[in-house]
Design a protein around this ligand. Structure first.
Ligand code: ARG
Ligand code: ZN
Length: 415
């Protein structure tokens, strides 16, 4: 016993956990081209973590630029901002404290909770128990393994039927640090099961359609954010020739791959990968959707943060063939979401609404023929960013349910 304990302590001490002492998250407001150039130059010379937009290449005038600045460069960056008259504010003053504060009560429960950010181990056992507890409404299947060998388990919600049913596919946790996203997928599954037979819309949805839910897409990355580096975004794949790890799983799809808003440098946070679907997680999901192409009528992917409801395209400014219909749905869904707590969402095509960025799952699904393809960027708008407090999980999930159900109802009506 004592030896085990000692071993445990040593293991914790040896585990390399990235700390963020003295780091700040700043919001810059570039209003002139020179400001944009300065920010890009800065990103060239020092290591800056772009929270929004996701990389220096995506910075333009008149957008908010949220960046995490290493402690070492804090003074230098502040001096530079003052000298160049770039308007800015401090979003998070002490990032390490913010990371530690994210969990509302310090004693983390041993069990899974819908109002906490669950570790992968907890999500995994939750997947097993929820699917075996409700065999008439939910089943699971493994669609492949992650780079590090974890099983990617897909849940299928819906009343069993002898004939093929149309389906909606939803994934969470493409990006590792966006913790509110997997929390939403778990919440959705719970709500679906507990309101089936009570809520008329949910009942009719699951009677008529199947909803596939992938609770955590980028499991390796998600696990890494819990154990080693809270700010990790990408996958955890390695390749000889580069010491940098991972690719951006939302730049790795075969949709205008790596043409714009993505980086071909393996060290970038928006690295598009070595080829489309080079990331095994992307390939597994793409293979599943291709195999079930005729059934899948809608694709929904959940990210954070910014409070946006986006639809194709992001790899081009060209409007999608179904632009006005998609816009109408996104606006209706945003209005439904807002009715609960007043949370405001912006909706529109990705490229024009935020920035062009190719290789995303929404554009890929749309071009494959899944007409109703949407990307959610959940709360907030930057006060906490990726470190959204656990106290906001419930309201965020409740309001997002309304938007997802709005989309589902529309899809169902238009089968
Ligand atoms: N913030 C998301 C990302 O950069 C937005 C995704 C929008 N869709 C897209 N295909 N870029 O991944
Ligand atoms: Zn994301």
């Amino acid at each position: 016993m004592r030896i085990l304990l000692l071993f445990g302590l040593v293991a914790v001490a040896l585990a390399d956990v990235t700390r963020f002492d003295g780091e700040q998250v700043l919001r810059l407001k570039p209003i002139f081209d020179e400001h944009v150039t300065l920010i890009k130059d800065l990103a060239q010379s020092i290591e800056i973590d772009f929270w929004s937009p996701e990389s220096a290449e995506l910075v333009t005038i008149d957008i908010d630029v949220d960046i995490r600045v290493p402690a070492l460069y804090q003074d230098m960056v502040h001096t530079m901002l003052l000298q160049s008259n770039i308007q800015h504010e401090v979003l998070i003053d002490d990032l390490q404290a913010a990371v530690e504060d994210q969990a509302d009560n310090k004693a983390s429960p041993r069990t899974h909770s819908y109002t906490k950010y669950n570790s992968w181990d907890k999500v995994q056992s939750w997947i097993a128990s929820i699917s075996s507890s409700n065999p008439s409404l939910i089943s699971r299947q493994v669609i492949g393994k992650t780079y590090e060998g974890r099983s990617m388990t897909l849940l299928k919600l819906g009343k069993k039927s002898s004939s093929a049913k149309p389906a909606i596919f939803m994934d969470c946790g493409i990006h590792a640090r966006e913790w509110i996203s997997p929390a939403f997928c778990q919440w959705f599954v719970k709500e679906a099961l507990s309101t089936y037979g009570k809520d008329s819309q949910m009942t009719s949805l699951l009677d008529q359609m199947d909803v596939y839910v992938l609770p955590v897409f980028n499991i390796d990355g998600y696990d890494y954010t819990h154990k080693s580096n809270r700010m990790w975004r990408k996958t955890r794949s390695r390749r000889s020739g580069s010491s940098c790890v991972g690719a951006d799983p939302n730049r790795n799809w075969n949709a205008g791959w790596c043409t714009i808003g993505a980086s071909s440098s393996p060290c970038s946070d928006t690295f598009c990968g070595y080829k489309p679907e080079s990331e095994i997680e992307v390939k597994n999901v793409a293979d599943f959707i291709r195999r079930n192409k005729s059934a899948i009528k809608a694709y929904i992917t959940i990210h954070s943060y910014s409070q946006l409801l986006l639809f194709p395209y992001s790899y081009t400014y060209d409007l999608a063939a179904h632009h006005s219909e998609l816009l109408k749905i996104a606006q209706g869904a945003s209005a439904a979401l807002r009715r609960l707590y007043g949370t405001r969402y912006t909706s529109g095509p990705g490229a024009a609404t935020i920035y062009p960025a190719a290789g995303g799952s929404d554009d890929w699904a749309y071009d494959l023929g899944v007409k109703y393809s949407f990307t959610f960027e959940l709360r907030d708008t930057g006060r906490y960013g990726f470190l959204l407090p656990e106290s906001q999980i419930k309201p965020t999930c409740e309001e997002t349910m309304l938007a997802v159900k709005y989309i589902a109802a529309y899809v169902q009506k238009n089968l």
